[in-house]
Design a protein around this ligand. Sequence first.
Ligand SMILES: [Zn+2]
Length: 205
Amino acid sequence: MNDIKIIIGQFVDYLLPELTPYETSVYLYLLWNSFFKNGTQEIRVGKRTIASEYGRGSRGEKTNYAHVSKILKMLEEKECIKIGDSNWNGTLYVVNLPKDIPLVVEKLADSSLQDHVEEDYFNDPERRLEIFERDGWVCQYCGEKVTSENITLDHFIPQTKEGKHTKENLKTCCFICNSIKSGKTYEEAAPLLLKNIQERRGHHI
Ligand SMILES: [Zn+2]
């Protein structure tokens, strides 16, 4: 059931905009009668059958036949199907699922790339600024004011432990705290941070 939802979702979001209405109905006809009915991606059917199944209407049968041939060719050009051999029982079609069609593959890659960029608060200068503003330009470990001279972003969960460039995982940090915390979890770094902060404060007094 889940698979079907994914297939239909990918079809609607990524393939539908690339197909004409006629191509859509022929592709769905083939997909329905192969994968959805039998779980296979192959179907052998005559063009006349396809024409009569989907092309009912004012067109004469001959027009429909030529039209269906043209649409099948277009679908093959768009790599939605592969046209195989023909015999008395019809022509063999291999029907590609949306996720295997290059037009869809391209868009899927684009959209996952976009998600990645959207999540990236580390490399995007404007988003970095957003975090500095959120934290009031104060180091989240020592509490000192930071300036553009000594400000940086710390991964609360370190990158070596799968910490992401997300808003939640990034903290405004001064250079000193960052060099102490770097690569450690907060639990590991806390005693060292504390010691350093005490030293710094002691030094100032
Ligand atoms: Zn600090």
